[in-house]
Design a protein around this ligand. Structure first.
Ligand code: XMP
Length: 514
């Protein structure tokens, strides 16, 4: 393992990903972790991330110098670089030598371990206040900028390396190459980490954890739960049962996709609960978005727990495990804890006995989203599942503005299917983060079709571009694709006589309408 020591400000996650892109497994540890504990993990190399502090600020995170004396190769970036410099006797000045953004770097030692094969002038991404003016003894200065005399240094004998800039950022044109040079040449690590190995390793771990007992997994139709289930299925086969609640709020073909494609690809034992009537009844007469969400959430838990109870009562070994598709960013953001958490199911609503506890199986908790997709591909899941865009748990229930009824759901399903088909045909699936299709069920407008007056409902298209759904912009998609979607929806979907485009960013609009 390569450890990425996190000094804050989210650089560490990006570095960890870049290390994995170099096919070397990496993990993030907080800078507050004692050095002895880091070394106990037997890291093949350690990377010190950037961070928001000045090394001279009060309370700035520090590291015991033992980390540089353990014989483990260390690469410091930005804050990590300055920390290495000051700890080992170099000079870092708070002299106003600031650099932010794209900066030209001049490499003075072209054949050095990090810079070999890269150009003498390269563009790098800087973000620092203090600057290193003298490298520690035994170090060779390998690069500088107009402002910073020591922008990179190396000590090959001690296997210590550092750069003032952020090689993990794409704006640093040779950043990935330099990181790989550290890993392969500096630390002598072989690039052997692949999704194939991840699958092998996880399968072995799951078998060990679950033993001869049984596990259950809720499938939502989303990528994470599907890949987690497929991985566990590969490991323990018929000891796993998946539960899929069909609440009738799914898009066209989605339930069939889980029922047929997912089962065909994995051979998983699937329990589909048809709860459409139940959800429609519970939603009857309700238009308020929050009330709808609460009803859908509540009914979902009830149905899911009922299904669990039925599985628990079947003959067979004890059902002791619950599979969840937790990802690495969630783990890191919630403090990076390791031990296996025990969760108590919601016995108060589902009628489960008080003493039932499940141990969690979380085979994706070390993976980033794109890695989960690669594991899904490795496991033979179809692209329709693996490359799926986000879709909200309450489904089409929150894309009908107004009361949710069977007819309205059917109508929206048709319109949504047309939009998705055309977006896919135009090759826009990757460019667009997601494109909610919304039915304004309580709005009517006048139209004309085939010489006659119509009085129908509008459909809203909401294509958005985003990195993480926290913020988003409306996608400037080609007019001809919009035209095709509009023509097809108004021609093919009864009661829809108008298609409108939502041109609001987030904020102020959310991605979904409810
Ligand atoms: P908003 O509408 O808040 O949506 O901008 C942000 C992202 O979250 C999705 N979303 C949900 N996902 N359960 C989910 O699993 C929900 O209740 C839910 N509501 C919104 C939405 O599709 C977008 O990707």
């Amino acid at each position: 393992v390569v450890l990425v020591v996190d000094f804050g400000a989210q650089y560490a996650q990006l570095i960890a990903r870049r290390v994995r892109e170099a096919r070397v497994y990496s993990e993030i540890v907080p800078s507050s972790m004692p050095v002895a504990e880091m070394l106990a993990k037997n890291p093949k190399a350690i990377i010190l991330s950037g961070g928001p502090s000045s090394v001279y600020a009060e309370g700035a995170p520090r590291l015991d110098r033992a980390i540089f004396e353990a014989g483990v190769p260390v690469f410091g970036m930005c804050y990590g670089f300055q920390l290495m410099a000051t700890t080992l006797g170099g000079t870092v000045d708070d002299n106003g030598a600031r650099e932010y953004g794209r900066t030209p770097l001049t490499v003075s030692k072209l054949g050095s371990t990090l810079f070999e094969g890269t150009p003498a002038e390269q563009s790098v991404w800087m973000s620092h206040g203090d600057a290193c003016s003298a490298a520690p003894e035994g170090f060779t200065v390998t690069a500088s900028t107009d402002v910073v005399p020591v922008a990179a240094f190396e000590n090959d004998e001690k296997k210590l390396y550092g750069v003032q800039y952020h090689p993990e950022v794409l704006h640093s044109t040779h950043g990935q190459q330099i990181l790989e040079h550290f890993l392969y040449r500096g630390a002598g690590i072989e690039p052997t980490w692949t999704t194939h190995n991840v699958v092998e390793e996880q399968v072995a771990l799951i078998r060990e954890q679950v033993g001869t007992k049984r596990a259950i997994c809720g499938l939502s139709g989303g990528v994470d739960s599907a890949v987690a289930a497929a991985l566990v299925q590969k490991a323990i086969g018929s000891q796993l049962t998946c539960v899929y609640v069909d609440h009738g709020l799914m898009r066209k073909g989605e339930t069939e996709q889980v029922e047929k494609d997912f089962v065909a690809a994995t051979g998983v034992q699937l329990k589909v609960v048809d709860a459409q009537e139940r959800f429609l009844t519970a939603l009857a007469g309700v238009s308020d978005p929050e009330t709808k969400r609460k009803i859908i959430g509540r009914e979902f838990i009830r149905v899911f727990e009922q299904a669990q109870l039925e599985i628990l009562q079947e003959d067979g070994p004890e059902v002791a495990f619950l599979v969840q598709g937790t990802l690495y960013p969630d783990v890191v953001e919630s403090g990076g804890g390791t031990g296996t958490a025990n969760i108590k199911s919601h016995h108060n609503v589902g009628g489960l006995p008080d003493d039932i506890e499940f141990e969690l199986v979380e085979p994706l908790r070390k993976l980033f989203k794109d890695e989960v997709r690669m594991v899904g591909q490795e496991l033979g899941l179809p692209d329709e599942i693996v490359q799926r865009q986000p879709f909200p748990g309450p489904g089409l229930g929150i894309r009908i503005v107004g009361e949710v009824t069977k007819d309205r759901l059917d109508l929206l399903r048709e319109a949504d299917a047309i939009a998705r088909e055309e977006l896919t045909a135009a090759g826009l699936d990757r460019e667009i983060w997601q494109c909610p299709v919304v039915l304004l069920a309580d709005v009517r407008s006048v139209g004309v079709q085939g010489d006659g007056r119509t009085y129908g409902h509008p459909i809203v298209l909401r294509p958005v571009s985003s990195e993480d759904a926290m913020t988003a912009d409306w996608t400037r998609m080609p007019y001809d694709v919009l035209a095709k979607i509009s023509t097809r929806i108004t021609n093919e979907v009864a009661d829809v006589n108008r298609v409108v485009l939502d041109v609001t960013s987030k904020p102020p609009g959310t991605i979904e309408w409810e």
